[in-house]
Design a binder for this molecule. Sequence first.
Ligand SMILES: [Zn+2]
Length: 362
Amino acid sequence: MSAYPTFAADYSEAREKFLAAARIAGATMSRYDTAARGPGGEALSTDVAWLGPDDASKVVVAVSSTHGVEGFCGSGFQVDWLARKGVAALRRDTAALFIHAINPYGFAWLRRVTEEGNDLNRNYVDHGKPYPDNPGYLEIADALVPSALSGPAFEAAEARLRAYRTQVGDVDFNRAMSGGQYTHADGFFFGGGGPSWSNRTTHAIIERHLARRSDIAVIDFHTGLGPFGYGELITHYDPDTGGSQRVRAFWGESVTESKRGQTSSQARDGLGHYGYNRALPNARVTMATLEFGTYDRESGRRAFRGDHWLHKYGDPLGAEAKPIRAAMRKQFYPDTDEWKEMILFRGHQTVRQAIEGLNAKA
Ligand SMILES: [Zn+2]
């Protein structure tokens, strides 16, 4: 048995663990059901736990599964915090809002995208305006999701990507591939098509639980970028704004700010960062992405290639799905004790610092 039993083997187990830990901790629960189903036909939902005074003016928010399959990490942390910290770790006038599986479809199917095929972290744009363009993506779209995973078409696609990468360099290659695009609904990092269910649910949760609070810290748990097990706190505030000052006051020198060029993560439109900050114009919002490293970017690309191929050309319920889903799971959830130990240490540190930051004298 794992030394870290708060981490689950699949979405359904994660949900059970979260509900049980929240109940024991005395949380008030709410649930948001999606019409999408899991691979076994199971119902899917986002579950929300509120812990602490109903009228708290300060709230620490922890979000899991923005990118579906990455939810093993955030869920394991949320359950551990509820079990080991809970209300005793809060301060006067401070509450915790834990959002479990904001993208339950992606979690259940071991995908990064939502049921609409959206990258939720590219979906918080103004859908009434023209979408940002990504000309690089147009160049390589068909090569990123080839019609076959072996044989001549596959080899030609890989050769095309190698040639494009040599032509533009690593930075522009990664920007084209993962910067987000609004043209290929079955492709990588697709942000368009309208607000996804998970986006609308986020706004419903904000309206119900956060709209009238004055100080809100948001930590959005992610995996897949950076050194194995290392938790990078990434923020996107403009330099010398209140947000930028607060992230440093809360989390010190370990915060990286994209607008200062301190992280390889780009401040692209459509991020949850903009979703939360725009939806809460009257609150002091202090938001960071807590991004845990797993394996390298190239193995990530191969995992995405399989996943998008499966859902565009293959049979997501057929035998061919099994190794593809296993590769996605491993890429975003290493599932080893050493990795989980790092997640828990950094997660607890980050939430504790956020609670202290919310309560520091200005
Ligand atoms: Zn992510």
